[in-house]
Write a protein that binds this ligand. Structure first.
Ligand SMILES: C[S@@+](CC[C@H](N)C(=O)[O-])C[C@H]1O[C@@H](n2cnc3c(N)ncnc32)[C@H](O)[C@@H]1O
Length: 215
């Protein structure tokens, strides 16, 4: 309980210091984490998997991922912020469910658009705050998601409800152009590849979890 509070405080500090990349005031709820890992949870335990988490932050979604991993799986995490990397590393040292998968897990500290891998992943689970980024970066990150995902794999990411529809109406000028471009990019991917969307009301703020199939 105490470490959960410490993580919340650390997250809020990063929100104040690095708003653009942190993108939220609080770590995701367990309800959102459960939705983000729902396809992973339905896996066949006999088949080894490659799992990638992008933007784990203090690890609320990671905490759900580690419960579903089996000994032959590979788990990579890509996180930009060194303070979050420090917290994640500590959790792999101290929390039983994390310790159990420590040897098969690797934290990479870099922007995901620069991340290279020898093989694609069965599951890509992303917490990136796309609505905060320049439109060209979102295009590049969306391409990265599908480059890293196997054709039959599942990409799960979340976005806060109604942020783009509202901002498209209430903003003007460059900000409206940016948000409209991001909306168009992500809508095209959803139109082509979406399997399901979950509404998560018990989260601050409420969120949509999008699940897309690779191609
Ligand atoms: C909205 S927070 C989500 C944190 C956590 N997954 C959660 O649900 O509470 C976004 C996270 O993405 C990370 N991030 C932002 N841009 C990134 C990038 N280009 N590559 C990797 N991580 C990034 C931030 O440092 C932060 O940890």
């Amino acid at each position: 309980m105490f470490s959960a509070l410490k993580n919340q405080i650390a997250f809020f500090r990063q929100f104040r210091q690095r708003f653009e990349t942190t993108g939220a005031i609080a770590p995701s709820s367990r309800f959102l984490a459960r939705s983000m890992t729902s396809y992973l949870a339905a896996r066949d335990p006999a088949i080894p998997l490659r799992v990638l988490e992008i933007g784990p932050g203090t690890g609320p979604v990671t905490n759900s991922i580690v419960q579903h991993l089996r000994p032959q799986d590979v788990f990579d995490l890509v996180e930009l912020n060194e303070e979050f990397v420090r917290i994640l590393s500590q959790r792999f040292e101290s929390e039983p469910a994390w310790k159990a998968v420590k040897t098969q897990s690797t934290i990479h500290q870099l922007p995901v658009q620069e991340f290279q891998t020898s093989a694609p992943y069965d599951f890509v689970i992303s917490g990136l705050p796309l609505n905060n980024f320049p439109a060209e970066l979102v295009t590049s990150i969306a391409e990265t998601y599908f480059r890293l995902l196997k054709p039959a794999g599942v990409l799960s990411y979340f976005e806060y409800m109604y942020v783009r529809p509202i901002r498209k109406v209430v903003t003007r000028g460059a900000e409206r152009i940016r948000i409209t471009a991001i909306d168009s990019t992500m809508q095209q991917h959803c139109d082509r590849c979406r399997i399901r969307r979950d509404n998560i009301w018990l989260n601050t703020p409420p969120a949509w979890v999008q699940h897309l199939r690779g191609f």
